[in-house]
Design a protein around this ligand. Structure first.
Ligand SMILES: *[C@@H]1O[C@H](CO)[C@@H](O)[C@H](O)[C@H]1NC(C)=O
Length: 422
């Protein structure tokens, strides 16, 4: 049998992980802790540009000058920011807003740490970012959105742009919701108010944010504007982990209470479920009124590493090899992962029954597939029934055909770009 194609990520990632592993004296013992604190996987997402690829468009960072007066600041009190590349021609009045991801902070300690990183302070943000995949300006890389106005909104609040509060003793600002509003006001003033078509997207914690903010985004525009949302790797499942704990629920409970998330949750959920449950998209997606597309790997690499088998749930490291390389999972581990896939498919069942929604759930070990050129639109990109991700999202956005793509279970898909860590 032919082996699934796999993506071995560059040594710089290993160097990052290696550096993290070496820093165990400051409390880091495994890379899910690093991911929790620095977003190692999101580092990988945005920097895993193949060396053969042409130089990507680099887009500069703009800080939102009026934001501080509105209380819309990063964890450390600095201004939030975004990267905008203007649309042109037939795309001049169309807007794509992509929300950056990078985990969450759920304790005073890791939020204070985050202030010293680009995920908590604009002081440390890259001054330019590459625009690839769904953000690319080239029609041959991004057939449907290349000439739109394209925005990447930076993530510096630690609660998926959804917190609202502060902690004075630790000088922490939890202003995700205000950052979201200040950014939208700025973009409206830059011409987004005249949009004919708009798409809110995001990856990972940003993919969760695009679900949380989807209907709010819709109401920024008149009815005549076509508005939809795309969540990439945002389908975080409230799953039982390998030691029968609830690792991700524990993290979310911390985010929700520390950052006062409950005030922003939709009453359609919070009227009958606790606030932590309402931070899980499985309890939200069926009630979102705006058309939404869920793009997710059924064996989401981040969820495997940080929700299902984090170091805290695996003290003897029996899952370490499997987490780094799916080919090294044994049969009982694969069985556990097949059950996780079933939970993912269950979680999108009602959502999928609505004709306005779309989905692409491929049976890959991946995390974030819209911003990377190799997964979004390239010669060997992942397919379900011969159709790739860019075409699927485009077909759904422009109502060309219905897209409800659910892959057969592992290991049937030979088109995956699986993440393999060394
Ligand atoms: C798979 O690995 C786990 C963890 O090391 C172990 O507990 C389990 O017995 C193994 N299962 C099989 C079928 O080898």
């Amino acid at each position: 049998m032919e082996q699934p194609r796999r993506m071995v990520v560059g040594w710089c990632l290993f160097a990052v992980l290696g550096a993290a592993l070496c820093r165990s004296e400051d409390g880091l013992s495994s890379f899910e802790d690093l991911d929790q604190r620095e977003g190692a996987l999101s580092f990988l997402e945005s920097h895993a540009v193949s060396p053969a690829a042409p130089k990507p468009l680099m887009v500069g960072l703009t800080l939102i000058q009026g934001a501080a007066a509105k209380g819309a600041v990063c964890l450390d009190g600095t201004l939030p920011g975004y990267h905008l590349h203007r649309g042109q021609g037939s795309g001049a009045n169309n807007w794509l807003i992509h929300l950056e991801g990078g985990g969450w902070c759920n304790t005073i300690r890791n939020c204070v740490y985050r202030k010293t990183t680009r995920r908590g302070s604009s002081k440390f943000m890259e001054k330019q970012l590459p625009f690839t995949g769904i953000l690319s300006e080239k029609p041959e890389e991004n057939p449907d959105f290349f000439n739109w106005n394209r925005v990447k909104l930076r993530y510096c609040d630690g609660a998926s742009f959804f917190g609202d509060g502060q902690n004075e003793a630790s000088q922490l600002y939890f202003r995700g919701q205000k950052i979201w509003l200040a950014a939208m006001e700025e973009l409206i003033s830059l011409g987004m108010k005249n949009a004919d078509q708009a798409l809110l997207s995001g990856c990972s914690a940003g993919g969760l944010a695009s679900i949380l903010h989807c209907d709010e985004f819709r109401y920024l525009f008149p009815r005549s504007t076509k508005v939809k949302c795309l969540s990439d790797a945002g389908m975080f499942i409230d799953a039982v982990d390998i030691s029968e704990g609830h690792s991700l629920r524990d993290i979310y409970a911390g985010v929700v209470s520390l950052q006062n998330v409950q005030v922003n949750l939709p009453s359609s959920c919070s009227s009958h479920l606790d606030p932590t449950s309402c931070f899980f998209p499985q309890n939200l997606v069926a009630n979102i009124k705006t058309p939404l597309f869920l793009l997710n790997a059924a064996y989401d690499a981040w969820q495997l590493q940080s929700s299902l088998a984090p170091g805290s749930a695996d003290p003897h490291g029996t899952w370490t090899n499997c987490k780094l390389n799916h080919e090294r999972c044994n049969s009982s581990q694969i069985e556990f992962l097949q059950d996780f896939r079933k939970q993912m498919l269950d979680a999108v069942k009602d959502f999928a029954s609505s004709s306005k929604n779309g989905l692409f759930i491929n049976s890959c070990f991946a995390h974030c597939q819209s911003e990377r050129q190799d997964t979004w639109f390239a010669e060997d990109s992942p397919l379900i029934a011969d159709k790739g991700i860019a075409e699927s999202v485009g077909d759904w956005y422009f109502d060309r055909v219905t897209v409800k793509a659910i892959d057969c279970a592992y290991p049937c898909d030979k088109t995956c770009h699986n993440l393999v860590f060394k």
